[in-house]
Design a protein around this ligand. Sequence first.
Ligand code: PEP
Ligand code: MG
Length: 883
Amino acid sequence: TKWVYTFGDGAAEGRAGDRNLLGGKGANLAEMCSLGLPVPPGFTITTEACNWYYANGQAYPASLQADVAKALEHIGALTGRNFGDPEKLLLVSVRSGARASMPGMMDTVLNLGLNDVTVEALAADSGDARFAYDSYRRFIQMYSDVVMGLDHEVFEEILEEEKARLGHDLDTDLTAAEWQHVISLYKARIEEELGKPFPQEPGEQLWGAIGAVFSSWMNHRAITYRRLHDIPESWGTAVNVQAMVFGNMGDSSATGVAFTRNPSTGENLLYGEFLVNAQGEDVVAGIRTPQNITEQARIAAGSDKPSLQKLMPEAFATFMEISERLEKHYRDMQDLEFTIERGKLWMLQTRSGKRTAKAALKIAVDMVADGLISTDEAVTRIDPTSLDQLLHPTIDPKAERNVIAMGLPASPGAATGELVFSSNEAEEARAIGKKVILVRIETSPEDIHGMHASEGILTARGGMTSHAAVVARGMGKPCVSGAGTLRIDYKAGTLSTLGTTLRKGDIVTIDGSTGQVLKGAVAMLQPELSGDFAAIMEWADNIRRMKVRTNAETPADARMARTFGAEGIGLCRTEHMFFEGTRVVAMREMILSDTEKGRRAALAKLLPMQRSDFLELFEIMAGLPVTIRLLDPPLHEFLPKTDEEIEEVAGVMEVSVDKLRQRTEELHEFNPMLGHRGCRLAITYPEIAEMQARAIFEAAVEAGKKTGSPVVPEIMVPLVGLKREFDFVKARIDAVAKAVADETGVAVEYLTGTMIELPRAALRADHIAETAEFFSFGTNDLTQTTFGISRDDAASFLEIYRQKGIIEQDPFVSIDLEGTGELMRIGAEKGRATRPEIKLGICGEHGGDPASIRFCEEVGLDYVSCSPFRVPIARLAAAQAAV
Ligand code: PEP
Ligand code: MG
């Protein structure tokens, strides 16, 4: 096996395509070398060596030692130097590099090879003793931290004490002799802490660093990061060893990082920063303020520190040329690292740069315009879920802002709601239709349900990568984190900040794009879905085969979904039309009546409401398909709970409170999700289905007259397991259709179909398709019943399942392909076997999940249906699935 790949001086054994073997960094270093770009010569130890290391009790393959020695000689030959040789000193850097960039792993050790002897050589070589000792102390600090596990604070403490003693403000104030003294203090401290001296032998140093890179693959942070980003452990990391180049060799040296385009706006202008006389870690550490690379950026930033363009025009020109070349070569925006050593530019890294959704769209569209990529490629480059960042309202710039606190802009968009201080409160408020902002000191995984139930999240502690920030971005919810002036009193239910005190229920607005917290409601602007967004969406629409519909029952949601490009309604949950106001009373009246007469009286009140609802939806959808599902109320969601609610319904029904309470208790179910819901209700009380069918047909007749074009409603029967259940309900629908046609003289064309959301329905789909004209997979219930896991109770243990590696993905979020997916496949095949032209769709939550959408394409569904905000995500994901 070949464990080591060399590169340098215009040639390389690897290339960009070897990312799996060489890691991202190693593959791109090789590629840059082959392009003839100035890259310090070096070599990459493969990810396979890392896997071998773990498979063999953390030992190295037999030939690795010799291979590394040979590769070091290769570097030596190209540089005219020798590793460990004080006469011709060669120092190296050691860096990790997995397939995907992974924060949390050992990053870098610079200046490796320095010791008490070679430091003198470096001083003589460079003619700069201060530089040499500064490099040596940096090496000791870094190596002790990442290889020997000694916290860097130990060294900072020593350095701070020395600076105070010497009266220096800056590190750069220390002289060579002073650094020498610091180094002796460092070394003494290491022996004291670790009981062994700092290793002097360069070979030992190198193998220590290689071992540290491999070990860091299994450290806690790396494991956590992999879990959060679905990176398999089997990938392993590579190790990159390169000849050192120095950005800290005086004022003609520098080091910096740059993006070939602006990563937050996508603007086609190089965007980057550098420091003169510094090494890489200084830029990241933020001790000194970096300078702009281009004059244009410097002027825009209003900075008085000179740009690289001004300071080192030659190196700058070379760098600009290289960055353009790399972007053209990779055909993507690049994230670059470079060092300038005494005027000569060296490239240390290139990779595809991370970017915001807005920037991703602009860059993709611009690159199509420049002929760099095709429209298909542009479509595949956008992460569908990231579009969510663009779909949220923003605060009207003209609105008055009463800012009461400032935090970090942790997740974009603005939201207004009532303050709540716990996740349970958030959920309860949401259940009764309130919009809330969840305020916590900080959030934890126990808050997921509360975050879901909120419009936005506000925390007093935590940064851009805090739990609240990460989860909120994932959910596409606005979030302001780390608003440090907030004083939150959970017990009292108050929040105070800078002289203002607010209580639970008070209205606040958060602006997740700026970090502002505002008192009261503020005017919002709806998102602008034109420009780059529209261009990408149009290309996506041309590629995709599946249609995208929405799950909507309110006119507002339906309208919103249409602006997002929905091509119809895939699920109108009629029970959701009865949650609010007086409707819920009539609904309760119907459920609680123990006679058909009583139910019909209540239904008579509901009919006109239903009819006008449907009419409005038909009008909004203007001829697009609309699937209306018959009532599917898990009873526990509708039964009155409080005494007040019971009294209210008793008053309307003119029965005693006691009688009604007794009836409520009779209707109590142990397992409402598996109880008297779905078509079961239509079978025990057919008058309900009849009322709904009538409302649908009458609304269709009226909408047809109003709009001049016929409406073809799709009527869907929920929770069918037996063909006879479906047939029973269909017969009622057909009878009502006929009656309405006779009464109005207009025969409405319509389809009658069913949800496939029980395993039995999927298994018997060929029979059901004899009478059902379409299927829609209800993957929420299908997941619940395939797993036998209650969808309402799963959150409490599924996260633990994930942590313990029992499941990789929450099956209620992304379709479990092997189980639930297999049932879908069976259902689709059997349905088509009976009725080849049967229309197939999905309307469970999974209809907006990109991985599930890919599967739906594979199964050949005709459409996916999802909540309005996920419609653009689904359009893009459906296109990517079809490419
Ligand atoms: C489903 O079960 O997937 C579905 C869409 O119906 P509901 O969520 O209303 O049960
Ligand atoms: Mg269902």
